[in-house]
Design a protein around this ligand. Structure first.
Ligand code: NAD
Ligand code: FES
Length: 288
């Protein structure tokens, strides 16, 4: 069992967990992930390690409650435990001194862009960060990103905070202003990563994205996380999760991620129903 040392909402449905996992904390590098399973019957889900503290023996994950398992996870609090935390998995981010780098986080993708931005800064790059969200209340890790950036920008789709527009519009503006950009890392929803690839492609800027296909074993055995890169099959769990954005088949990734939508919907409905029953049972207990 892996104990949750602290659990805190950063925004609606987005929760940060510090988990006791000393061996993983010691070994993990930027870009790597863990696969967690909440209980004997739980599905296995991959979550990127946002941060770690070797001395305290903890890893940090940031979770957006979208499906059944992430919503169930986000109900856990400090002192609770997670049954399995396996990792670190995946290849670490390729870090070198590129020159000027732009790390782009879209929504909860910011939690994944952050550790790589830290590593790029430590490698001596001029680090620009763009942190995008639909609206002000959904912006996460603003202070953390700012602390490790030479230049940091927040964007909101509705203009409620920072630059008004998508992260891609801010990136385009930086390019149009004549900034020489050597490397871009973009992590977030698939349409965002695809759009970033199209902004940088005409300028020949090396661009990397972190892919989030469905994963099962996380060790290259099941084939669940197959993605097409440069026309070839790759397994995101062992060959990635980071790939050259200009070579990724985003349509294939989108289609594959939709394959289990009906199962996910069903499972979420059953979970919501069970939560309702549990609440009613609690209420009956209180009244009796
Ligand atoms: P969101 O939909 O709120 O988008 C976040 C930001 O991305 C927006 O503010 C905007 O700036 C940009 N964006 C979105 N669509 C765009 C487009 N078409 N063109 C240009 N920019 C665009 O994000 P969210 O709700 O926080 O994200 C949830 C999604 O991110 C989920 O689908 C989840 O699966 C995915 N995700 C991906 C990874 C990964 O490893 N790639 C990790 C975590 C989550
Ligand atoms: Fe099974 Fe990658 S998750 S091969």
């Amino acid at each position: 069992m892996y104990k949750i040392i602290s659990a805190k909402f950063l925004a609606e449905d987005i929760k940060r967990f510090d988990i006791e996992a000393p061996k993983i904390a010691k070994k993990r590098l930027a870009g790597q992930f863990v696969i967690i399973r909440l209980d004997d019957y739980g599905e296995r889900i991959p979550l990127t390690i946002a941060d770690s503290d070797i001395e305290k023996g903890i890893i940090t994950i940031i979770v957006q409650g979208i499906g059944k398992t992430t919503k169930q996870l986000n109900l856990l609090e400090s002192g609770d435990s997670i049954m399995d935390v396996v990792g670190p998995l995946g290849l670490p981010s390729h870090i070198e001194k590129f020159g000027t780098t732009v790390s782009i986080g879209g929504g909860v993708g910011t939690a994944i862009a952050y550790p790589t931005a830290v590593a790029l800064k430590e490698a001596g790059n001029h680090v620009i960060t763009i942190n995008g969200a639909r609206t002000k209340d959904l912006v996460i890790l603003e202070e953390e990103m700012k602390a490790i950036s030479n230049e940091s920008y927040v964007t909101t789709d509705d203009g409620s905070y920072g630059f008004h527009g998508f992260v891609t519009q801010k990136l385009q503006a930086l390019i149009d202003e004549g900034n020489k950009i050597d490397f871009v890392l973009a992590i977030g929803p698939i349409p965002m990563m695809k759009a970033v690839a199209e902004v940088t492609r005409p300028h020949g800027i090396k661009t990397v994205v972190s892919l989030n296909p469905i994963m099962v074993d996380g060790t290259g055995m099941c084939g669940g996380c197959r993605v097409i890169v440069d026309g070839k099959s790759q397994f995101a769990c062992v060959d990635g999760p980071e790939f050259d954005a200009h070579l990724v088949d985003f349509k294939n990734l989108t289609d594959r991620n939709k394959m289990y939508n009906d199962f996910e919907k069903n499972s979420l409905e059953k979970f919501a129903h069970k939560c309702q029953l549990d609440k009613q049972a609690e209420r009956v207990k209180e009244l009796s």
